[in-house]
Design a binder for this molecule. Sequence first.
Ligand code: SME
Length: 165
Amino acid sequence: MTFEPVNAAELTKKEAYDLIESSLSGLVEGDDGPFLDQIAIMATMCSLIKTLHKDVFWVGFYRLLVPGVLTIGPYQGTPGCLEISLSRGVCGQAARERRTIIVRDVHEHPDHIACDPRSRSEIVVPVLGRDNELLGVLDMDSTELGAFDETDQLALEYLLDKFMY
Ligand code: SME
């Protein structure tokens, strides 16, 4: 499958997520059977989100490779923090509480970690495996205040449920 370039500025958020899902499905399903490598799928999901969601300045996965520490995985944007303790940051909170956290203004969150000072709002979604085990989190940042809402939450939770295991 070939990705057809589109102008992200012309897409609504809902249209962007529909296109992310259909493109990812097409790419993952492949011409020769499904593509199963999780890192490849994470990298492709980040690429599609960064290309199609006009408010996203940084998107990436943090993976729980050892207990208590999130390690950076595939991402798009400026360099992210390489490791985040599970006890720290919005990422750590979403991982500990296993729930999506939307931060309207990162300056108002007492434990926000600024990997890039231009980030103004953020959404972090836990990534769970088939047995409901915590695999990591997906983190998205915007330079705009209040960029993320329930539309992002529902769409990202759906994408992660469908493509991560
Ligand atoms: N802001 C995150 C850290 C990760 S960076 O934004 C890429 C946090 O507070 O956990």
